[in-house]
Design a protein around this ligand. Sequence first.
Ligand code: PMP
Length: 364
Amino acid sequence: MSAALPEPNPHIAAMAAYTPGEQPQGSGWVKLNTNENPYPPSPLALAAIRAVVAAEGAALRLYPSPDASPLREAAAQLHAFPATDILAGNGSDDLLNILIRAYAGPGRPIGMLDPSYSLYPVLAAAQGAAVVKVPIHADFSFDVAAVAKCGAAIFFLTNPNAPLGVSFAPVKVAELARAFPGLLVVDEAYAAFADADCAELPKTHANVVVTRTFSKGHALAGLRAGYALCPPGLATILHRVRDSYNLDRLAQVAAAAALADTGWLRETVGKVRSERVRLTSGLEALGWTVVPSSGNFLLATPASAQRSASPATGEHAYAFFRERKILVRRFPNHPLTASALRITVGTAAEMDAFLAAAQAWSEG
Ligand code: PMP
């Protein structure tokens, strides 16, 4: 008989793991729950992967570039940004984790708007860091002064916000950067679908870092790649705490190729944005309340002649869609989201299916 499993660190024993969105098994689902892109990725990204696995995968025998230089060079070119100030991540979740490892810990809280991305508190808990939440008001604004004095060492501004979908103007983010004394992380996972972004801010604001992912705009969630645009001096610090080869060879070349394919991005994002408009007006016509979205998803509150908006109504609609193999997401733990559904913007056919089911629910 061997010894029992030892206790982990006390702060690890006390924490819970992140709950990812459901990945349903089997076919036939209309999957609108994790904000994936409904279109196939850039053919150039696929060609780059094929080139790596050619010659019986000889290239895979060798370690990849430790700091993902193919991807960093491509991002440097796109943003006219020094490659040395760009850090690549195994998805942007990896970048968020690296940032928290370097800047948060006991006595050094993280800050975030509430509601926003539920992974930040999990990453903070793993470092023994407390979380300070600054509320988003019912009109979707927030108080710059409240963030400025929240006491966090590092603050996460999800822009566009998830799960609400609203975005904050770059001038507002710049104002926040000047007022907040810590490191301001602008998590731009959904920036490809927005009218404006903050990619220029790290060039002029020494405490602003912008994170990007390939999971949403570039349709490469299965690949795991992202990058951070860092102010001078930050990347050197972050390199100390990242995994030594944090991006595999396939991700490095495919993400670099995807970034260079600006035509693909323009076309795909255009389709998502036009379906977003159609979904918004279709749901509003049914009497639903829709939060104005700059992302590839909508937060919408179902209501019908029979049922007024409430968390129970949201739950009822969720179950109705699920029975019809349409999967959306609920966020029951916050008053701004508890009565709503978050719906990923999919293809025209997926949106037709969703709108038909929404009409059946509203009129049922
Ligand atoms: N930030 C936000 C706000 C997100 O919603 C997500 C996706 N769940 C991520 C970051 C992480 O994306 P990834 O790790 O796939 O790059």
